[in-house]
Design a protein around this ligand. Structure first.
Ligand code: PLP
Length: 409
């Protein structure tokens, strides 16, 4: 049996978590702060905050930007539900746009979808390939005349909508930590970038997420960090570590905030993962994806994913293979045949309009034909550090056999 995406847990991980446990400090503390500093250095930004998931981190962003009922947030139809669910959580409306053949948000359709109600755009770096973020930033700026900020908003003592004066670009980089745009790591392109460190991700903390701040002046990243830190701790102006200082017991609550901080146990895992990310994780994932490319990219029965082009390089999180000419039923039958042979594969993702909730909200798959076309043929193959070369060869031969069995050639 070849699993799809087990985390890399070895002695280094276990030792780091044990040290954190024995240190006597298990919630947010020195390891989380160190993890944040190292993430910021990696991404080339001044400040990163580590929180307990992409979902909660990015929901805080929408709340900080004052997004709510009557507002629209543009997301691709092709994404995991979390991208749109956070928009529902704050009472705003997700506006779906179709994707390009590389699975990322179509910039032309984005331009057409922007309205006076658009407060935020969330491009998604599916599978680890960055969306066309420079186009998205340009489109957001060009649409400035349409932007209608809320006048009475005061969130962090300021009105962030008046300050930015345009739709916020929040990058969904749940898959793309370590991917590159114009040679630079993802994190320093969008206004704010959200990462996920969920168990299956390239870099994991079991569960976790982070925000990299890259807002233009007059936003101050230190002040943003402090505000989000407070927001992630009930609006309490002192965190647990600050309160341990002798005599420092008194605190205030500035607003009814949320509870989504990262613990030092999670950060201990993250620090080990980050230390070996460029040296071991990315090169191994890249080698596996390149091996898949050798097998599939020149075979007309398949469509290989874009891993690299002139501007972008993937984090090699997923290898999203497509079976040319397969219907959705045939794709499902191919997956069943692959599974029968002991290989776990997956589908990323069931498009939002096909999920009961979003269908019930009136979203229709017919409005996003490219999303359906790619989803219906898609099969994600195993990619992870500990997958051996022999296992990669087994995956390749198994996929080919299953395709021959179902498609007959
Ligand atoms: C594209 C995308 N966005 C957001 C998320 C949510 O991340 P988290 O589980 O850290 O909240 C995921 C999780 O798999 C995802 O795939």
């Amino acid at each position: 049996m070849i699993p799809f995406s087990p985390p890399r847990i070895d002695d280094a991980t276990v030792k780091a978590v044990e040290e954190a446990l024995r240190s006597g400090w298990i919630t947010t503390g020195p390891r989380t702060k160190e993890f944040e500093r190292r993430l910021a250095a990696y991404c080339g930004v001044e400040r990163v905050i580590a929180l307990n998931s992409w979902t909660n981190a990015c929901e805080l962003v929408l709340r900080w930007y004052g997004i709510g009922p009557g507002d629209e947030v543009i997301v691709p139809a092709y994404t995991y539900c979390a991208t749109a669910n956070i928009v529902m959580h704050v009472g705003a409306k997700p506006v779906l746009v179709d994707v390009l053949d590389d699975f990322t948000m179509d910039p032309d359709l984005l331009r057409k979808a922007i309205s006076q109600r658009t407060k935020c755009i969330i491009p998604v770096d599916i599978g680890g390939l960055p969306a066309h973020i420079q186009d998205v930033m340009r489109i957001a700026e060009e649409a400035t005349p349409l932007f209608t900020p809320k006048v009475n908003l005061r969130v962090d003592g300021t009105n962030p909508q008046m300050r930015l004066g345009r739709a916020l670009v929040l990058a969904d980089a749940a898959h793309s930590f370590g991917a590159k745009v114009a040679g630079l790591p993802v994190g320093a392109q969008a206004d704010i970038t959200g990462f996920s460190f969920h168990a299956v991700k390239n870099l994991t903390t079991a569960e976790g997420g982070a925000l990299a701040f890259h807002l233009p002046p007059p936003f101050e990243h230190e002040q943003l960090y402090r505000f989000f830190n407070t927001m992630s701790l009930h609006g309490q102006n002192k965190d647990a570590l600050a309160k341990t200082k002798p005599g420092a017991w008194r605190y205030d609550v500035e607003f009814p905030g949320y509870k989504c901080n990262m613990t030092d146990l999670q950060a201990a895992i993250g620090l080990v993962e980050l230390e070996r990310y460029d040296k071991e994780t990315l090169p191994r994932r890249k080698a596996i994806c390149n091996r898949y490319d050798q097998a599939f990219a020149n075979d007309e029965r398949f469509v290989a994913p874009t891993l690299k082009d002139a501007d972008r390089e993937s984090s090699y999180h997923l290898y999203m293979l497509r079976v040319n000419l397969a219907t959705e039923e045939q794709r499902d039958a191919i997956i069943a045949a692959i599974s029968d042979r002991g290989v776990s594969v997956n589908v990323h993702f069931i498009p939002l309009p096909m999920l009961s909730f979003y269908k019930g909200q009136g979203y229709r798959m017919e409005d996003h034909p490219n999303t359906y076309r790619h989803y219906s043929r898609e099969i994600s193959l195993p990619v992870y550090h500990d997958l051996s070369d022999e296992q990669v060869a087994t995956v390749i031969s198994t996929v080919v056999e299953a395709v021959v069995e179902v498609m007959g050639a």
